[in-house]
Design a protein around this ligand. Structure first.
Ligand SMILES: [Zn+2]
Length: 472
């Protein structure tokens, strides 16, 4: 095997690498469907970023292919085997509060700043230069190396869906779109709704009737706000005293007012990502909990009782009997991201369940359905992403460990996560960088940047990774 100083090879190309990256960062490749055309389904700028990469590849002697203006690839080498890096050049909107031009690619204090610097244009350019170095050194490899470029990672992954419908699935690969060292385990993610079944007959003469309830807009977030509208034929002063006592005991903020003759209660909670509901305070569940302590009409009562029975202070699915832990991936979690109730549709819970690889989704759903049934709810609207897992003795991981440990002199720990990375779209793929351990994650934040030092270190890692993976 050749004895190559990968870091030195990167250093020689440093200025060129930064210049090429700046060109890419200056394209405002935010999804723009209002400007969608047949040739540019995600908008002109997104397409421009894809073309920028493909043109650069042609300049440097790679074969290039545009796949439906949604994705594309650059390729080198020959042979039946194919290894790949999966990257993306779309970015989320820049947002407010930047102290530099979000599409300037300015270098300051050893950092390169722009929307997309770390997610994922910097890492994309690092992977590209990794491939370029293997190519320019004329190293002997016996598999093809491919850089796959997606353009819809930040929203609906239409890029990879389209790409893999028509193009070859690599035998193995990595996605430089998360963290170093290596993420080899990602939980399964299922979204579904529990829907209150038949309309219980309207109860006349109830002292308190739940007219409507609303909390949360996204399955994968803990809602920080809830609102209930009540028809109260009772002593309001006494009722509001109960509400105030409840808020005080729970340490929550909330308010009430009268609107069109109804009493409206609002409660504030604490938002968090749905992958760990216990990091937040679910405003909807707390408000339902309060309402379960007063005597509501029958239908409203069934709704708030179900909320409390199934979910209150239980993010692990115990009430359904689906609590599950595995050593590698941790606990199954259920987040109640949405709660709605009105007279016409009854109640509904929008759930985001994340489960480890050893959990049987099929059996679990059966249990959930059975328990839901007992409370007169049904499961509807299921969408499911299977867990993604590559065993650590797999040759892909063994080679990436070797590369990482040789170059960084640090142990390549395997990471397991509850979120999902782009590596999921590869059959045999893991997330490999480009955020180094200990670095703050500034993806999607104002003043997003990548340390130049990290850009160069990642490039050296990717160069050697391509080289090792493309051996026999
Ligand atoms: Zn990304």
């Amino acid at each position: 095997m050749a004895n190559i100083d990968w870091k030195d090879e990167v250093e020689k190309r440093k200025d060129e690498l930064i210049r090429d990256l700046q060109g890419l960062l200056r394209i405002k490749s935010v999804l723009n469907e209002s400007k969608s055309t047949v040739d540019a389904p995600l908008g002109m700028e997104v397409k421009q970023a894809l073309e920028y990469m493909l043109e650069m590849g042609k300049r440097d002697g790679f074969t290039s292919k545009n796949v439906g203006n949604l994705a594309g690839h650059l390729e080198m080498g020959a042979g039946d085997g194919l290894i790949a890096a999966l990257c993306h050049v779309d970015v989320v909107p820049e947002g407010d509060g930047w102290s530099v031009d979000p599409f300037g690619g300015e270098v300051q204090d050893g950092k390169i700043f722009a929307r997309g610097a770390i997610d994922d244009k910097g890492p994309t350019m690092a992977a590209y230069y990794g491939m370029k170095i293997v190519n320019e050194l004329g190293l002997s490899i016996n598999k093809r190396i491919r850089l796959i470029i997606g353009t819809d990672e930040e929203s609906r992954w239409r890029c990879v869906d389209h790409y893999f419908k028509y193009e070859e699935m690599p035998e193995m690969g990595f996605a430089p779109d998360a963290d170093f060292p290596i993420i080899n385990a990602e939980k399964g993610i299922a979204d579904f709704d529990l829907k209150q079944k038949r309309n219980s007959p309207k109860e006349h003469g109830a002292k308190i009737t739940l007219i409507s309830f609303f909390s949360g807009r996204r399955y994968n977030m803990v809602p920080d706000h809830a609102r209930a509208v009540l028809d109260i034929q009772w002593d309001q002063t006494e009722f509001l005293q109960l509400f105030n006592d409840f808020k005080y005991r729970q340490g929550l903020n909330g308010s009430y007012y009268v609107e069109s003759g109804y009493l409206v209660l609002e409660l504030k909670g604490i938002s968090a990502h749905g992958m760990e509901p216990d990091n937040g305070k679910n405003a909807g569940l707390h408000l339902a909990h309060f309402l379960s302590t007063v005597k509501l009409d029958r239908k409203g009562m069934d709704f708030v009782n179900a909320a409390v029975h199934f979910f209150f202070e239980d993010s692990r699915g115990r009430a359904f009997g689906v609590q599950h832990t595995d050593e590698m991936m941790g606990d199954l979690t259920i987040n109640v991201g949405k709660m709605t109730f009105n007279d016409e549709d009854g109640g509904r819970f929008g759930l985001n369940m994340r489960y480890p690889a050893s959990f049987s989704m099929e059996e679990g759903m059966q249990k959930i359905m059975k328990e839901a049934e007992k409370s007169n709810f049904e499961v509807v609207n299921i969408s499911n992403l299977e867990p993604h897992y590559v065993p650590s003795d797999d040759i892909l991981i063994q080679k990436l460990i070797k590369v990482y440990e040789e170059q960084t002199n640090e142990k390549a720990e395997m990471l397991s996560i509850s979120g999902g990375t782009y590596a999921r779209s590869l059959k045999n793929g893991v997330a490999f960088g480009a955020l180094f351990p200990g670095r703050p994650d500034v993806a999607h934040q104002k003043d997003e940047y990548m340390e130049i030092e990290d850009l160069l270190r990642a490039t050296a890692l990717y160069a050697q990774a391509f080289y090792e993976l493309a051996q026999g």
